[in-house]
Design a binder for this molecule. Structure first.
Ligand code: ATP
Ligand code: MG
Length: 453
C-alpha cells in the first residue's frame, strides 16, 4: 500500500465524465492524479511535472493512445503505461503491449480491476528500479573492494586495509604509478563506517595554484574577482566522509600549511570569511613521488608529512608480485569481454610467458590496458602473440635490441631494479655486479648511492 502514496498518475481521457470518475476513484485510493484531455497536453504535462504512470484511453482526438505510448516510450523509457481499450478490441490490447504498455484494461472495467492493475504495475516498476539500483551498487562495490592479489605482500596489505578501515587514522599511500593507490583508498572508505557518506578524490596536480585555495577550502561570494557565488570547497564537501588527496606532493606550500592546520584543529575557514567551521573528515593521501626527497629539497613540509604518514601503506610494484599476473589477466579479460560484449578469449602459454616476464613499469594499469587490447584483437577466441605489443622484458634489455615501449617507462625504477638484480645474482659481489651491467666500478657505486642501496 505504501507505493500508492508516492505514485503520481496521469489520466488521459477525452470524455469529461469518464475522466472525472477515474480521477475520483484513483484519488480516493491515495494516488496523486493529474489529467489531460488529449495526447498533446499529456506530453506537455509530463514534461512539466513528470508522473510515475500514465493511464490513457486508446481513442483520443488527434494523436491516439498508441501514438502517445510510442512517443512516451521514446522520451521516458522507464515510465509505466496502462492502456484502456474499447470493448472487445483485443487487437488494440495486443498492439499496446507490443508497443511497450505495461498492461491494458478493456472497457468497461470495474473499479476494483482498475485499482488492482494500477497497483500491480506501480509495484512492478518500483521493484524493477530498486533491482537496477541494487545491481548498480553491487557492481560499483565490487569495483571498489574487488582488489585482486594473492601474493603474500598483497594479502598483508588487504589485512592492513581491513584493520585500518574501521579507524579514522590518516593514511599515506605510496607506490609507483598504476599500483592501485586509488583503489586502496576507495576500499578504505568503502569498508569504513563512512561508506554512505561522500568519498571525494582530488588530484592535487590537476588544480592550478591560483585556484587551489578556493577549490580546497571554499570561498564566500565576492571573496575574489569572479567569485560570483558561494563556493563549497572539497574539504567541506567531504564532511563526515573521506577525502582522497592524490599526488599530495604537488600541493602548493601555502596550502600544505593550511592543510596541516585543518588536520590539527579539525576546522576550516572559507576564503573571504572569518567564521571557522568544524568538520569531520578522514584524510587519505597518495603520492608516487618520494616525499622524503621532496622534504630535503624544501618542496614538502616535514610536519605535514609526519601528520599524514600516521599509517603508511606501500603498494608493491607488479614486477615484485608476478604470481598475481595470471589472476589479474583473468580479471581484466573478464571485465573487458563483458564491457565490450565479446567472448572472453583464451590466453595461450606463449602469451602468458611474455606477460609474466615483462617489467611492467606502468604496473597494474598497464597490464589492464594491454589485456583489454588483446581481448579486442583476439580472433577465434584466442589471443595471438603477434598482438602483444613490444614489452620491456628483461631479456630484450640485454640483447641490444631494446625498444622503448610506446607508453614509456620509469627510468629511475628500472635502473634501481637492474642494480638490485645484479647484486642478487652476484650475491652482493659489487665488482662482479658492475661487470654484469657493463659499468665501471665507480659508476656502479655512484648509482648504488643514488638509489640508497
Ligand atoms: N589489485 C588490483 N586488482 C584489480 N585491479 C587493480 C588492482 N590494482 C590496480 N588495479 C586497476 O589498475 C588501474 C590503476 O589503479 P589506480 O588508479 O588505483 O592506481 P594508482 O596507483 O592510483 O595510479 P596513479 O599513481 O597513476 O594515479 C585501475 O583501473 C585499477 O582498477
Ligand atoms: Mg591514482
Amino acid at each position: 500500500m505504501q507505493t500508492k502514496k508516492k505514485n503520481r498518475i496521469l489520466v488521459v481521457e477525452d470524455e469529461a465524465d469518464q475522466r472525472d470518475i477515474v480521477e475520483q476513484i484513483i484519488t480516493d485510493a491515495g494516488y496523486s492524479v493529474v489529467t489531460a484531455e488529449d495526447a498533446e497536453s499529456a506530453l506537455k504535462l509530463q514534461q512539466l511535472q513528470p508522473v510515475d504512470l500514465v493511464f490513457s484511453d486508446w481513442k483520443l482526438p488527434g494523436m491516439d493512445g498508441l501514438q502517445l505510448l510510442e512517443k512516451l516510450r521514446e522520451l521516458y523509457p522507464e515510465l509505466a503505461f496502462v492502456m484502456a481499450t474499447g470493448h472487445g478490441s483485443i487487437d488494440h490490447a495486443i498492439s499496446a503491449i507490443r508497443a511497450g504498455a505495461d498492461d491494458y484494461l478493456s472497457k468497461p472495467y470495474k473499479r476494483q480491476t482498475l485499482l488492482f492493475t494500477l497497483e500491480k504495475v506501480c509495484q512492478s516498476k518500483h521493484l524493477k528500479s530498486e533491482n537496477k539500483q541494487l545491481r548498480k551498487a553491487l557492481t560499483e562495490q565490487s569495483n571498489l573492494v574487488d582488489m585482486v592479489g594473492r601474493a603474500p605482500s598483497m594479502q598483508k596489505m588487504f589485512r592492513k586495509i581491513e584493520k585500518l578501515a574501521v579507524t579514522n587514522a590518516t593514511v599515506l599511500i605510496s607506490g609507483e604509478s598504476g599500483t592501485g593507490k586509488e583503489l586502496a583508498a576507495r576500499a578504505l572508505h568503502k569498508l569504513s563506517k563512512r561508506s554512505e557518506k561522500p568519498f571525494i578524490a582530488v588530484n592535487c596536480a590537476a588544480i592550478p595554484e591560483t585556484l587551489a585555495d578556493a577549490e580546497f577550502f571554499g570561498a564566500e561570494k565576492g571573496a575574489y574577482t569572479g567569485a560570483d557565488r558561494l563556493k563549497i570547497g572539497k574539504f567541506e564537501a567531504s564532511d563526515n566522509g573521506t577525502i582522497f588527496l592524490d599526488e599530495i606532493g604537488e600541493l602548493p606550500l601555502l596550502l600544505q600549511a593550511k592543510l596541516l592546520r585543518l588536520l590539527q584543529e579539525g576546522t576550516l575557514t572559507r576564503l573571504g570569511s572569518n567564521e571557522e567551521k568544524k568538520i569531520n573528515i578522514r584524510v587519505i593521501a597518495a603520492s608516487n613521488r618520494n616525499l622524503e626527497e621532496e622534504i630535503k629539497v624544501g618542496q614538502f613540509r616535514e610536519d605535514l608529512y609526519f601528520r599524514l604518514n600516521v599509517v603508511p601503506l606501500v603498494m608493491p610494484p607488479l614486477r615484485e608480485r608476478t604470481e598475481d599476473i595470471p589472476a589479474l589477466v583473468n580479471h581484466f579479460a573478464n571485465s573487458a569481454a563483458t564491457n565490450h560484449g565479446v567472448t572472453r578469449p583464451e590466453f595461450p602459454k606463449d602469451v602468458m610467458h611474455i606477460l609474466l616476464n615483462n617489467y611492467w613499469s606502468g604496473n597494474v594499469r598497464e597490464l589492464g590496458n594491454i589485456v583489454e587490447r588483446l581481448v579486442l584483437f583476439a580472433e577465434d577466441c584466442i589471443v595471438s602473440v603477434k598482438d602483444v605489443p613490444v614489452l620491456t622484458a628483461a631479456k630484450t634489455l640485454t640483447d641490444g635490441q631494446f625498444q622503448l615501449p610506446l607508453e614509456g617507462f620509469s627510468w629511475e625504477a628500472h635502473e634501481r631494479d637492474c642494480l638490485n638484480q645484479a647484486l642478487e645474482l652476484t650475491e652482493n659481489n659489487r665488482a662482479q655486479a658492475a661487470r654484469l651491467l657493463d659499468l665501471s666500478y665507480k659508476a656502479f657505486l655512484y648509482r648504488l648511492e643514488k638509489h640508497g642501496l
